[in-house]
Design a protein around this ligand. Structure first.
Ligand SMILES: CC(C)(COP(=O)(O)OP(=O)(O)OC[C@H]1O[C@@H](n2cnc3c(N)ncnc32)[C@H](O)[C@@H]1OP(=O)(O)O)[C@@H](O)C(=O)NCCC(=O)NCCS
Length: 197
């Protein structure tokens, strides 16, 4: 499967590589205090060793190879700084040809349109390179920033999925937003795999 990434006007979107260790470590250790309930927090030094990074690369490569989960680093084209990650998660082939969209930026970079630019590129990769047909974002109803991002990319609100995921010890409802390839004028070129009858 071809999934080389994208160059947008300000960003480079591509899988993390061995040489990204110091960018990765810097990103995880220079965050501002958490800005909301969905933000991440700084990782401890033990979680940021070269060995930990190798594990991240290994698991990411395996999941990609198995066509299950694709994640991409979001880098500033001007400086090479790692500013976040975007992903196509839980790929379903068969009759669905769908995945969940994942996105998160290190908080020093919020509010500058980078999220929108990166997720737009992720959607393009998912439809053109990964040959998916439907992408869904499941967002907690109070995650206003994420909802604004989904709306700004013209994802369609489909409704509330009740008790959809187990997070921090409880089942959480998600508002589902989605988009399909034809809505962006991209023809789905795959072949749905039906089971033999
Ligand atoms: C969600 C997230 C990726 C947004 O990234 P971002 O770079 O700040 O978003 P952008 O700057 O591209 O903004 C996207 C849209 O939301 C709007 N927006 C964002 N924050 C806003 C705010 N506080 N008030 C008003 N509008 C806002 C922007 O104006 C833009 O819409 P527009 O293009 O129509 O103007 C980022 O906040 C994040 O990483 N959050 C933590 C992780 C997370 O919640 N992930 C999603 C889980 S479902």
């Amino acid at each position: 499967m071809k999934h080389g990434g994208r160059r947008t006007s300000r960003l480079v979107i591509r899988p993390l590589e061995r040489g990204d260790y110091s960018a990765w470590k810097t990103a995880w250790s220079t965050m501002l205090p958490a800005q909301n309930a969905w933000d991440r927090s700084n990782r401890t030094a033990e979680a940021l060793t070269r060995a930990a990074f190798s594990q991240v690369l290994k698991s990411s490569r395996t999941l990609r190879f198995e066509d299950r989960f694709y994640d991409f680093g979001v880098f500033l084209a001007s400086t090479g700084e790692l500013i976040g990650m975007v992903s196509a998660m839980d790929v379903l082939r068969g009759l669905s040809q769908s995945a969940y969209l994942g996105y998160s930026l290190f908080n020093r970079h919020w509010g500058q349109g980078y999220g929108k630019e990166a997720v737009r590129a992720m959607i393009d990769i998912a439809f053109r390179d990964l040959n998916l047909h439907r992408l869904e974002a499941g967002i907690e109803p109070r995650n206003r920033r994420s909802i604004l991002l989904a709306r700004s990319l013209k994802l369609r609100k489909e409704g509330l999925k009740r008790r959809a995921v187990f997070l921090k010890g409880r089942w959480v409802d998600l508002v589902m937003y989605s988009i399909t390839s034809e809505e962006l004028g991209i023809e789905w070129k795959g072949k749905a795999q039906t089971r033999p009858r």
